[in-house]
Design a protein around this ligand. Sequence first.
Ligand code: NAD
Ligand code: DAU
Length: 365
Amino acid sequence: MRKLLITGGAGFIGANFVHYWARQHPGDRLVVLDALTYAGNPANLEGLPAGADWRLVHGDICDQPLVEQLLAAEKIDTIVHFAAESHVDRSIAGPEAFVQTNIVGTHTLLLAAKKSWPEGGDFLFHHVSTDEVYGSLGPADPPFSETTPYAPNSPYAASKAASDHLVRSYHHTYGLPVTTSNCSNNYGPYQFPEKLIPLVLINALDGKPLPIYGDGGNIRDWLQVEDHCRGIELVMNKGRRGETYNIGGHNEVTNLEIVHLLCRTLDHHFSTDPALARRFPHCPAAQRQSCAELITFVKDRPGHDRRYAIDPTRAEKELGYTPAYSFEAGIEATVDWYLAHEPWWRAILDGSYAEWVSTNYRNRN
Ligand code: NAD
Ligand code: DAU
């Protein structure tokens, strides 16, 4: 039985991981450490299986005494590190929090683990990172592999790159047992509506513009979040210590294609379920129009990376990794989830989130 400290476990991927792990490993102890920033939401942890052995600690990964106290009191043998500032646009508007949490916070966790875990013990520090550390690809470039040189372009990506290097150095220098995974864009339940897919879904339902940065031709490599969690589990269980693994599903899509797919999916739901028109009267689909009418091209993101793509060959060959979801099935399930969880996202559309949306999109018109 493992005792896991899951940082950022009240955020999007962290919460999906907690749900996934509690189902797959019912006897394990799960301690979630989360600062509950705007992106952290205790409601994401509701509905865990009855009998799951878990606890949420409201605290900051930069608080070394707290982290050390938790490692000792809970006899933690595994850290799964998700906590981060994660939104690229916010890193452009205010990079300081990204340096603090993503770099200083990761280093604080490493220091605490090194101090608390006797050398040679059966411990693991798994670091969750991103494909954005590799920079941007041209149309004919091969996808990112683990040996692609780092070339981060946004303050977010640079802070994640720095954290990856710190994790690597603690293994190389001090022998700390670490693994790192670099994953492509995730989507699925509990994703905060500042990110493209939930933003578009919610705006379409409320009849608001669907903002496409630039020409909409930027490419991301999309993976359903549970497939990411499965990949992390494989890296933790079978990955070589000190090694990094790229996780992705060979699924490159332009932003415009995704937005059209979401619009088509919503249009279809409205045409087969009359109750939706009553629930969402401002959605064009309620009047038998297409949600695609709301598509609005806006000013591009500064330094916007053109293309990301992951080569997951190492994870496939060494760990036997393959994603379970097709993109179509994953998007269909995600649309269903947001339609079924309106109270969850309505509760988020409060003052501080509304303020971010109005500042971010005011400058783009
Ligand atoms: P998120 O923004 O939804 O959640 C981040 C969580 O971290 C929140 O619960 C927040 O409260 C918490 N947090 C922030 N600062 C903290 C601090 N100082 N101390 C403790 N907790 C803190 O992010 P996400 O999309 O779930 O991403 C999780 C991790 O996965 C990040 O490390 C991110 O870089 C990485 N990642 C994300 C994606 C993606 O597509 N979202 C893809 C690859 C990798
Ligand atoms: O690649 C992994 C990364 O994916 C993670 O490391 C990040 O934490 C995560 O936020 C995500 O970064 P992106 O910048 O790719 O995600 P985002 O949802 O912000 O944007 C996806 C694409 O959609 C990107 O090309 C920008 C574009 N976009 C985004 C928003 C919010 C728009 O065109 N309009 C929008 O309103």
